[in-house]
Design a protein around this ligand. Structure first.
Ligand code: DC
Length: 224
């Protein structure tokens, strides 16, 4: 079974997707981390971000993998910390707008799900990567709430701005690029369940998604 969780930054996608994966014993996959890993590598190697062919070659030739505990690797190198810097934040939307990069990462995402039950989070999972996913959820929240959540995440991590007004601007710019790009823009699939998380607790969102999954046949130990 595939559970697709899409939505803009700061809607709680990662937290919720990880909790669903633990609860239902599914494999969790963070596709944003893959776009971030390619962006990090491009910046590190001095690849021009307006060179779509070079970015595509990079995405095709440097496979991404995940190790337990949330470790993200590109060509076997652990880049878990490096993909969360303000530089990567500022450039990932540009890299992820390149069709060849999307194609290369979409193929890897489909391969991950070939033999596993997965919870996959991203922007285009329910629309492009798995249009036939059994469960599709699109999370939203007000921009102010998303900025506040990201500010407290940054404070915990000790990286990036902790000023909600600065973050609000960054998030809105990233959403604008992600939603208006020609290839696989951020949008809810027609058959996705849209959940506004602005005033919901994490547990309420997790429960809502787990119920959708059990309606589609997943075994939920908390309901057994
Ligand atoms: O979820 P995140 O903030 O880590 O995602 C980083 C960027 O990657 C986001 O701005 C858009 C891009 N992305 C994408 O284009 N498609 C996905 N499936 C996941 C992320």
């Amino acid at each position: 079974m595939i559970i697709a969780i899409d939505g803009p930054a700061g809607t709680g996608k990662s937290t919720v997707a990880k909790m669903i994966a633990v609860r239902l014993d599914f494999t969790y996959l963070d596709t944003g981390a893959m776009y971030r890993a390619v962006t990090y590598r491009a910046l590190e190697t001095g690849t021009r971000l307006d060179d779509a062919e070079a970015l595509t070659r990079l995405a095709q030739s440097e496979p991404i993998s995940f190790a337990p505990g949330g470790t993200v690797l590109i060509s076997g190198e652990d880049v878990t910390a490096q993909i969360r810097t303000p530089e990567v934040d500022a450039n990932v939307s540009t890299v992820s707008a390149v069709p060849g990069v999307r194609q290369a990462l979409t193929e890897q995402q489909r391969a991950f799900a070939a033999s596993n039950d997965v919870v996959m989070e991203g922007r285009d999972i329910g629309t492009v990567v798995f249009p036939h996913a059994e469960v599709k959820v699109f999370l939203t929240a007000s921009a102010e709430e998303r900025a506040a959540r990201r500010a407290s995440q940054n404070a915990q991590r000790g990286s990036g701005s902790t000023d909600p007004a600065v973050i609000l601007e960054q998030i809105q710019e990233r959403d604008r690029i992600d939603s208006t790009r020609a290839t696989a823009p951020l949008k809810a699939a027609d058959d996705a369940t849209v959940v506004d998380t602005t005033s919901l607790s994490i547990d309420q969102v997790v429960d809502a998604i787990a119920s959708l999954a059990s309606e589609r046949g997943a075994r939920d130990p908390q309901k057994a």
